[in-house]
Design a protein around this ligand. Structure first.
Ligand code: ACO
Length: 431
């Protein structure tokens, strides 16, 4: 730790400097207000580190993403989703025995309380599954009142973690079943996490369901690629809510809600809807693509090229590279000819060669191709963000756990008040 100096109102102030892994540097300004009366203003927290963390390393300039030090490319290629979940939550890759125990812990908690099944009857059929997932995740806490204590012993916390990973998959699948008016399918504990999720979504009691290994492998990859992304909006939300000592269920439910927005996880749905709009408007012809690119550059249009741009990645999003390749492979394997994929590629090419997108360093992000991959797997559009949430769950849990173990204080930022100075109340008859 070093020191850096700043001159303010004729005084010299020293700040401790912090150097993280990979030589990442920061000033610690936590005493600034106490020492000088000044606070810092940083809209969108674009330049503010809100915590120290040893979970995920991200270098937006070079397009690097690592979980606990392991490159995302290696994990996506070689690991299973539950293996990565264990790595994120507990810090190390599991031994075979640890993975077996963790996996059987998850599979043994896949059922949800039968009373919760009745909750689904209360939702209208067109209810967005993200709203259902967020509220049902919070509702889980009412069945496990002991989980309300976020400072419970390690064993209880581990139990809540297993329940969350297992039961959110069942809730997600059943919310889809509810939306199409089909009977729910109970989880099959003989199946791995991804196969079971597909089974609960697509099997019917009337006929046998064949699991397609290529689809399972693509889903496993997608879940891993989404599993953590350091201090993004939903992870920070999970930390903020958890910092008030609300339960883990409440904190995760808040994270799900933050993910729902189209500027965050909701972008995968928005991308496919945008591609469909372009398709309906004339398809992948050069004239049509040029027209839409011009619309995305025009701020007055209110439309952005969804799936492009990222707060942190200013070169390329390594997840997008892996997903683009997986989308090509899966569509090929399943013999699907999706005209939206052609539009996506033409649009990407046009944007990457346009000075507007080049100058602003706007590249495809994780959501640009993930929607097309979900679509090829038969997953309906409004379930895309739910799939993202299931993938991101281990990252939310890991961040919550890290924050609790670090005993971090409640998150409570400052503001700069710009409203009226003191004035006296005027009786209504005199206004
Ligand atoms: N299309 C057109 N213009 C864009 C786009 C886009 N997709 N993204 C950013 N810009 C422009 C902005 O208009 C702005 O222009 P200006 O400087 O002339 O005002 C400039 O690029 C910077 O954009 P900001 O919104 O200030 O950048 P920020 O870092 O706040 O936002 C964000 C990042 C929200 C991802 C943005 O790029 C965006 O809206 N992208 C589309 C939505 C999307 O794909 N979201 C998913 C992100 S990945 C994830 O959350 C999992």
């Amino acid at each position: 730790m070093g020191n850096s100096e700043m001159h303010l109102d004729g005084k010299s102030i020293q700040f401790p400097t912090i150097t993280g892994s990979e030589n990442k540097k920061a000033f610690d300004i936590s005493k600034l207000r106490a020492d000088t009366g000044y606070v810092t203003l940083d809209y969108g927290l674009k330049n503010t580190a809100v915590t120290k963390s040893s979970i995920t390393f991200l270098n937006g300039e070079e397009g690097i993403l690592r979980y606990r030090g392991y490159p995302i490319e290696q994990l996506a290629e070689k690991a299973s989703f539950l293996e990565v979940a264990y790595l994120l939550i507990y810090g190390e890759l599991p031994s075979q025995k640890e993975l077996d125990t963790f996996t059987s812990g998850v599979t043994n908690h896949t059922l949800i309380h039968e009373n919760m099944k009745k909750f689904f009857e209360g939702y209208p059929q067109h209810a967005h599954p993200m709203g259902v997932l967020a509220s049902m995740t919070c509702a889980l806490s009412s069945f496990y009142p002991e989980s309300l204590n976020p400072n419970a012993d390690e064993e209880s916390i581990d139990q809540t973690i297993l329940r969350l990973i297992a039961k959110t998959a069942t809730i997600a699948a059943w919310s889809y079943k509810n939306s199409v008016g089909h009977p729910v399918m109970y989880p099959q504990n003989r199946l791995d996490y991804s196969s079971n999720l597909l089974y609960m979504m697509f099997a019917k009691p009337t006929e046998p369901y064949e699991i397609n290994d290529k689809v399972v492998s693509a889903l496993n990859k997608l879940l891993i690629l989404h599993a953590d992304h350091e201090q993004n909006c939903s992870t920070f939300t999970t930390r903020v809510v958890g910092s008030s000592q609300a339960s883990l269920y409440a904190s995760i439910s808040a994270g799900i809600m933050a993910l729902w927005g189209p500027l965050h996880g909701g972008a995968n749905q928005a991308v496919v809807e945008m591609l469909q709009q372009i398709y309906d408007d004339g398809g992948a012809s050069k004239a049509n693509i040029d027209k839409w690119i011009a619309r995305f550059k025009d701020k007055e249009s209110g439309q952005r090229l969804m799936g492009f741009g990222h707060r942190v990645y200013k070169n390329f999003d390594p997840r997008a590279t892996i997903i683009k390749k997986a989308a090509d492979e899966v569509l090929d394997d399943l013999n699907i000819d999706d005209p939206l994929l052609d539009i996506a590629k033409e649009l990407e090419y046009a944007a990457l060669n346009d000075p507007y997108f080049i100058d602003k360093k706007l590249y495809p992000n994780v959501d640009y191709y993930s929607g097309l991959l979900y679509r090829a797997m038969g997953i309906p559009v409004d379930m895309f963000t739910v799939m993202f949430a299931l993938g991101r769950l281990p990252g939310w849990i890991a961040n919550w756990k890290e924050m609790m173990e670090d005993k971090q204080p409640i998150t409570r930022p400052r503001q700069i008040y710009i409203g009226e100075n003191k004035r006296d109340f005027i009786p209504i008859t005199e206004r």
